[in-house]
Unconditional design. Structure first.
Length: 250
């Protein structure tokens, strides 16, 4: 146990040192940006980002396209004329983000238990036949009494709404024709940058004629909305407090 505590202390000291170094590097970067507006990130290829992995989904067996003689219509085509909607890697479509979530949940759990144990010996080794009973023998060998109770309450009251549009780029076409899209938008207002990231898988049939799609029709949707800058920095606890929140057991 003593050795385990020493190891915990060493690990805590190492984490604290790493946090201090990280905060020091971050502080130097922040000091160099005093009076400067937050920098916008460069436009980059999503498929060239570190850790990018192509999406793999269960696919049906490929079907060979068949053509009818003397016919202007090809089997499997979605329109007679050329379709202007996004269909190939690099094409752009507009994602209409319309996210409204409201939840109101309340629950309560109560539990109680009472137990009592009483064990004793009335006659031990013929003590009743002895003129002077053995006084050293207790009347009760074991007596226990316990009571336990718990009362837990919880409630959730959440309401979120996000309505905006963002242009996304087709990064991959799956074998069944579905499109993997990803879009990122940055808006800088004074010294604060608001970021909106949308990614997921869409069906070409769900894309409207104006080349837009609702976010509710995106499978495996990943929508992130946040920001960075002076306001966000003030809202976050300091690095030392975050480290102590992780290390302190109470």
């Amino acid at each position: 146990m003593y050795r385990f505590r020493i190891n915990r202390l060493i690990l805590s000291a190492a984490l604290l040192a790493l946090g201090t170094i990280a905060s020091g590097c971050s502080s130097i970067d922040r000091l160099s940006q005093i009076g400067e507006k937050p920098r916008l990130t460069e436009i980059e290829n999503p498929t060239a980002q570190p850790g990018y992995k192509p999406v793999q989904m269960p696919m049906p067996k490929p079907e060979v396209a068949s053509y009818s003689p003397n016919s202007l219509w090809r089997n499997g085509s979605r329109a007679f004329f050329k379709d202007q909607r996004a269909a190939r890697v690099g094409d752009i479509l507009t994602v209409t983000v319309n996210f409204t979530d409201k939840a109101n949940i309340a629950n309560e759990t109560q539990r109680s238990r009472t137990s009592k144990e009483d064990s004793g010996i009335t006659a031990f080794l013929g003590s009743q036949t002895v003129t002077q009973p053995l006084k050293i023998l207790p009347g009760r060998i074991l007596t226990t009494d316990s009571t336990a109770s718990s009362d837990g309450k919880g409630s959730v009251n959440r309401q979120e709404a996000l309505q905006t549009n963002v242009a996304a780029v087709v990064t991959q076409v799956l074998p069944n024709g579905n499109l993997v899209v990803e879009g990122k938008q940055e808006i800088r207002v004074n010294f604060e940058i608001r970021e909106l990231i949308v990614a997921g898988i869409v069906r070409p049939e769900d894309i409207q004629s104006d080349n837009t799609i609702d976010s509710a029709k995106i499978a495996q949707a990943r929508i992130a909305y946040g920001g960075r800058g002076q306001i966000t920095d003030v809202q976050q606890p300091r690095y030392g407090q975050q480290v102590m929140d992780v290390l302190l057991p109470f």
